[in-house]
Structures are given as C-alpha cells and as structure tokens.
Design a protein around this ligand. Structure first.
Ligand code: NAD
Length: 272
C-alpha cells in the first residue's frame, strides 16, 4: 500500500500510482485490476493515451468505491482552446462524474493558450468536475504566468524525472512553492542501462530489492510522487513494494551521481 501526501488545495494524493501510457484499452483493464489488488489507488492516464475507456471499464468492474480511487487525466495540447469539451469527453470515456486531478499536459508556449486553458480548469474545479488542478511539463516561467494571471497555483507539476535526468533545480523551485513534483518516466522508461549499473545492483542486493525498486525508493525519499508504468502483474506488484526499506544518505548520493541531464522525452519549450 502506498502512503498519501497532502496537496496545496487540501486534497490528498497517493505518493505512488500506475502510469498507463502506451497501454491499450484491453491491456489497462487487467493491469489496473492487478494494480488495485497490489494496493495501488492512483491511475495516471491522458486523453492522448487513447485508453480512457479501458481505464473506465477497469474502475467500473473493480470492487473499489469511487472515493477510494484517484484518477488523473490530462488536457491535450490541441484542446487548450476547448477545455470544457475535452474534459467532458474524458469524463464520458472514463464513465466518471469527476476527475481527482486534471493536468494541462504541456505548456505548448507557441500556441499561446495555456493561461486561458488554466482559467477553464479553475472553472471546472469550481463546478466540481475536477477536484484538483495542476500542470505537466511546465517550466517556472509558465507557472509564474499562471499564478500572476489567476492567483491560483497548480498543486502538481508532473515532469520527466529519473536518475539520468534528476531535475534538481525545477524540483527545488516547485517544492519552495508547495507544488508537488510528480515524476513521469520515473524508471527512465525501463532502465536505459541504470538497472545494470554495478552501484545500483549493489544497493539493490544490500536491501534484497530489485534495481527498479531502488530507483522508486530514491524518488520517494526525495518526496517525489511516482507513476511507474507496467502491464505485467509481477512488476506492478514489485513497483509498489517500496515502502518497507530505507536508502542511506550515501546510497541516495550514489543514485544522485547518475544524473547526466539526459532527457528521454521532448523539451517543453518547443513541444506542441
Ligand atoms: P517508466 O519510467 O514508468 O518505465 C516504464 C517501463 O519500465 C515499462 O514499460 C517496462 O518496460 C519497464 N518496467 C516497469 N517496471 C519494471 C520493473 N519492475 N523492472 C524492470 N523494468 C520495469 O516510463 P513511462 O511509461 O514513460 O512513465 C510512467 C508514466 O508517466 C506513463 O505511463 C504516463 O502515465 C506518465 N507519463 C507522462 C508524461 C507527460 O508528459 N506528462 C510523459 C510520459 C509518461
């Protein structure tokens, strides 16, 4: 079972959840059932993943109460001028009355629409369609604009973050403003060689855990939220089994030293 963290708006969010990018509607049903069985309560999807209907089917066919599940979805870039319609479509596909969290997926600054989109998210929160609102892939300058224009601070910034790209500066900036940092690709999309690094393997052996568990534990001890993706039941269970051991300060530093400032995904400044 994962622990929960308080957000700026007073709502709570599980520190660890299941990411479902690149999983089909069919795959997510069994993956989410395996995740619920293993103790997950947060599912991270997005309209662009085209699997919201599978997520809805999985939730409906689970025996969990709606209020015990935390569902995040994201507004796709081309919908920044059409928030209400995009949100309604996500809710319909998910078969839900409300989202626990709705994120603007990318700032896409060249579109010049993210501030207006944020105003629409604020309205959606007031109308109860969304409990919490946040952003993804936003740089400090984009978040500053939102705060200056609306006075409302996003509760979360979901960003690429893993040992090869540890994003210390933006993480510190967000933490100073009580914005929670949620890591996407927390496992560097399956390792990128980090699971085979001798120093990571040595830490894993010392705790009788896997390298993936060591990486997730590193995030957790840095107060980062994580949404590792897997559709394999054994890995789904492995990835949440990270709350019964503690990395030492030296072990944390060893993982810190893997940082190469190496992005695996797009640059938020020019991605549309
Ligand atoms: P990830 O870092 O979670 O890696 C997932 C991959 O790691 C799996 O496909 C599998 O190959 C491997 N893996 C998983 N568990 C493992 C284990 N225990 N041992 C060994 N290998 C393992 O990568 P991700 O899917 O890119 O990111 C996680 C989630 O973040 C996504 O599913 C999505 O929900 C979200 N995301 C958001 C954005 C965004 O722009 N906001 C971008 C990318 C991903």
């Amino acid at each position: 079972m994962t622990n929960s963290v308080k957000m700026l708006d007073g709502n709570a969010i599980p520190q660890l959840g299941l990411g479902v990018w690149q999983a089909s509607n069919e795959q997510v049903v069994s993956a989410i059932h395996a995740a619920f069985d293993a103790g997950y309560r947060l599912i991270d999807t997005a309209s662009v993943y085209e699997n919201e209907s599978g997520v809805g089917t999985a939730i409906k066919s689970s025996n969990l109460a709606r209020e015990d599940i935390f569902v995040t979805s994201k507004l796709w870039n081309k919908d920044q001028g059409n928030v209400q319609k995009a949100l309604e479509k996500s809710l319909t596909l998910l078969e839900l009355d409300y989202l626990d969290c709705y994120l603007i997926h990318w700032p896409a600054p060249s579109l010049g629409q993210y501030t207006n989109a944020w105003k629409e998210l604020i309205k959606a929160q007031h109308s109860g369609l969304v409990k919490s609102i946040g952003v993804s892939n936003f740089l400090p300058e984009h978040i500053d604009t939102l705060i200056q224009q609306t006075g409302v601070t996003p509760v979360i910034n979901q960003i690429e973050k893993h040992p090869l790209f540890s994003q210390q500066s933006i993480s510190k900036w967000c933490t100073e403003r009580d914005i929670l940092v949620q890591a996407w690709s927390p496992l560097a999309q399956g390792g990128e060689g980090i699971f085979e690094r001798p120093e990571v393997m040595a830490i894993a052996a010392a705790h009788q855990k896997s390298p993936a568990q060591v990486v997730l534990r590193w995030h957790i001890q840095k107060n980062t939220l994580v949404i590792p993706k897997s559709v394999t039941p054994s890995r789904i269970a492995e990835n949440i089994d990270v709350f019964d051991f503690v990395l030492t300060p030296d072990e944390l530093k060893t993982i810190d030293a893997l940082d190469k400032n190496q992005r695996l995904g797009p640059d938020p400044l020019d991605f549309v």
